[in-house]
Design a protein around this ligand. Sequence first.
Ligand SMILES: [Fe+2]
Ligand SMILES: [Fe+2]
Length: 137
Amino acid sequence: MEILKWGKEFELGIPEIDQQHKKLVDILNSFYTELAGNVDRDEAIKHFFNDLEKYLILHLKFEEEFMQQMGFDNFENHKKVHDMFIKLYKEEKERYLSGDKKALNELVALSLSWLLNHIAKTDRKYAEFYKKLNNQT
Ligand SMILES: [Fe+2]
Ligand SMILES: [Fe+2]
C-alpha cells in the first residue's frame, strides 16, 4: 500500500536534492506498507522514527548548506520554516510516546503534507534561484 506516489511534479531538477526528497517519501510509504503487513508494530514504529529523523535532519542540513553556499537571499526564512517543522514533529512524537496513539497517524499525515507542500512551494524557490544563478555564469 502506498499513500503517495513520487511524481515529476515534485522534482526540482537538482538530482541530489530530488533523491533526498524521494528518499523521505519512500520512508513514509514503507512505514505504511510495513504496518499493513504482519510485523512487530513496535519494531516498525521504532525503525520509522529512526529512519525519518536521520534522513530528515540530514536533508534539512544539506539544503541549508546548499542555500548558504549559493547566497540564497531568503535563507533565514527558509531555515525558520525547517526549524518550525522539526519543533512540530518533536511535539507530535512526544504526544505519541506519552500515550496518545492517535498522534502517530497525525505525525505521518503531517510529515507528508508538510513535505510535499514544502517541496512544491518553498524548496522550489531556492531551486529557481539556483537555476538563474547558473544561467548567468
Ligand atoms: Fe527539501
Ligand atoms: Fe526546505
